[in-house]
Write a protein that binds this ligand. Structure first.
Ligand code: NAP
Length: 276
């Protein structure tokens, strides 16, 4: 299998860190992106891998990250937009003025992907978005309420952001598939990581419970679909533009099948980020 250059965000912990280990073992060059410098450095040291630190709640850090990735890598075969999480029952906004869940899970990876897009197209790359089954359970995208100003719950904001990632995946395929770019979104399972573990987090009663957490999947299982997508050949091993669960195409929220809504979300996201 040819060695690929694979950039993974959220690689300092959980699913992303496990996927980085596995892909490194398989001989790929992994480039790690984390938020916490110590945790990210520890994973990078174990793998002797390059690492970058960026907090996606500050878009300026995402722009700086894209600039250093472009400087260091003439070729990027895979961008795994994996960083994310669910936040507190109280709505928070970032310094950029966006609702936290929306920015960290969707808008920041949308920006990172756009800033890298020419390099990704030249590399005939795949963009892999870590979504969630929450897209179907809670998602309902309202273009007039992307920042959850009118109605906020942590689950709703998370479900929306994970649905927006799938709509982004669909739109990448539609707009850039003919130029050789591929995209996939996936649900990793209900996985025992730091996800929703912090006090007050919306699903703390499941993820933070010693009893329930025994029944959750291991990070190895959670990383399996990401590793399979990253190593596979798009449009041969897996079709581009789809949402996967356990290596199989899975049915997303029906809003993900509305091409006009996905196109409008793309345009609105570009406008919010002042992208040309
Ligand atoms: N665990 C599950 O059951 C589950 C289910 C469905 C989807 N997911 C999704 O899977 C992905 C990975 O989560 P996980 O389960 O592995 O959880 P995790 O152990 O909490 O890892 C989350 C990763 O995202 C990074 N991150 C969080 N906030 C960030 C921010 N503001 N800026 C930059 N990076 C940030 C973290 O960085 P630091 O550690 O450096 O702070 C960490 O590397 C997430 O997108 C999550 O929504 C998880």
């Amino acid at each position: 299998m040819p060695r690929k250059t694979i950039v993974i965000t959220g690689a300092s912990d959980g699913i992303g860190a496990f996927a980085a280990h596995r892909l490194h073992e398989h001989g790929h060059r992994v480039v790690l992106v984390g938020r916490n410098p110590e945790k990210t450095r520890a994973v990078a040291t174990a793998l002797r891998a390059e690492f970058h630190v960026a907090d996606f709640s500050e878009l300026e850090q995402v722009r700086a990250l894209a600039a250093s990735l472009l400087e260091n890598h003439p070729r990027i075969d895979v961008l795994a937009n994996n960083a994310g999480g669910i936040f507190t029952p109280v709505r928070e906004t970032t310094g950029d003025g966006f609702e936290m869940t929306f920015q960290v899970n969707y808008l920041a990876p949308f920006l990172l992907s756009h800033l890298l897009i020419d390099r990704l197209i030249d590399s005939r790359a795949s963009i892999i978005n870590t979504s969630s089954v929450a897209n179907r359970l809670y998602g309902h995208v309202d273009l007039d309420n992307l920042n959850s100003e009118r109605s906020y719950s942590a689950n709703l904001a998370y479900g929306n952001a994970k649905l927006e990632q799938i709509m982004f995946t669909r739109e990448l395929q539609k707009r850039l598939g003919s130029q050789g770019l591929a995209a996939a979104a996936f649900h990793p399972g209900i996985v025992r990581t730091n996800f929703s573990k912090s006090p007050g987090a919306s699903m703390e009663s499941i993820y933070g419970s010693k009893i329930f957490s025994k029944f959750l999947s291991s990070p190895a299982k959670g990383a399996d679909t990401m590793v399979w997508l990253a190593e596979g050949k798009a449009n041969i091993d897996w079709p581009s533009g789809e949402f996967f669960n356990r290596r199989k195409i899975s049915r997303p929220n029906q809003q993900a099948n509305d091409p006009l809504l996905s196109a409008a979300l793309w345009e609105e996201s570009k406008s919010l980020l002042s992208l040309a």
